[in-house]
Design a binder for this molecule. Structure first.
Ligand SMILES: Cc1ncc(COP(=O)(O)OP(=O)(O)O)c(N)n1
Ligand SMILES: Cc1nc(C(=O)O)sc1CCOP(=O)(O)O
Ligand SMILES: [Mg+2]
Length: 218
């Protein structure tokens, strides 16, 4: 499976509903092929423990494992990649370290607009672009960019774009039509009563939005 196929549905964990490991395993069982560990409340030692367990799980399911924010934890558990935003360690510094010491490691960088995206793509393997829609999952989320904002970035950059922020079953097809490679979700899976079913349904919607429109023969 190519990198683009793997990031088509990109699940970011949140431990508050079902716990990181359980929710990640349910998403993996459904067929999700990229998992990011995002944990903002726990001490580094606990995040490290969770990361080690998610690393094992993602190996078993042949899925990519990305760690949010913490490059130290990402390299300690041999994650496939690290995701940083505009307030985190600079992408340029991480790119230098990756090239020198961790070749092949994936670097994802958040961008909200064209100028951030054009700067970030100098270093990134993919961009996380949003928030496309309002979200209550990220407390310090910036102003929404909407489908138009997303389209502008997608048409201007060369690296794959993963759209993020308020993406769910009812808007995922519209988001993919904006030209992004993938969609990242938290609450649509993590805060669902049945994460496995929600992930399966999202994957089906994504699969169907890949199919070209069939003209009706009259
Ligand atoms: C795939 C993806 N895109 C964007 C983000 C957001 O990163 P950041 O802006 O650093 O915000 P936090 O997630 O750290 O609160 C992401 N994590 N993943
Ligand atoms: C982690 C994160 N980053 C965002 C950004 O805009 O960079 S929005 C966001 C939260 C995404 O959660 P949900 O799918 O529940 O809306
Ligand atoms: Mg961050």
């Amino acid at each position: 499976m190519s990198f683009a196929e793997k990031i088509r549905l990109y699940f970011i964990t949140d431990g508050r509903s079902h716990g990181h490991e359980r929710v990640a395993e349910m998403a993996l069982k459904a067929g999700v092929k990229t998992i990011q560990l995002r944990e903002k409340r726990l001490p580094a030692r606990e995040i490290y423990g969770i990361a080690k367990r998610l690393r094992r799980l993602t190996y078993d399911y042949e899925a990519l494992f990305i760690v949010n924010d913490r490059f130290d934890i990402a390299i300690s558990v041999e994650a496939d990649g690290i995701h940083v935003g505009q307030e985190d360690l600079p992408a340029k510094a991480i790119r230098s370290l990756i090239d020198e010491k961790f070749p092949g490691m994936i670097l994802g960088v958040s961008a909200r607009d064209l100028s951030e995206a054009l700067e970030a793509e100098k270093y990134a393997d993919y961009l996380g672009v949003g928030p496309v829609f309002p979200t209550s999952t990220k407390e310090d989320a910036r102003e929404v960019i909407g489908i138009d904002g997303l389209k502008k970035v997608c048409s201007a950059v060369k690296v794959p774009v993963v759209a993020i922020g308020g993406i769910n079953h009812s808007n995922v097809s519209e988001v993919l039509k904006a030209g992004c490679t993938g969609v990242a979700v938290i609450s649509a899976i993590a805060f669902s009563e049945n994460p496995e079913k929600s992930a399966e349904e999202l994957l089906n919607l994504i699969e169907n939005s890949n199919k070209p429109h069939k003209p009706v023969n009259r």
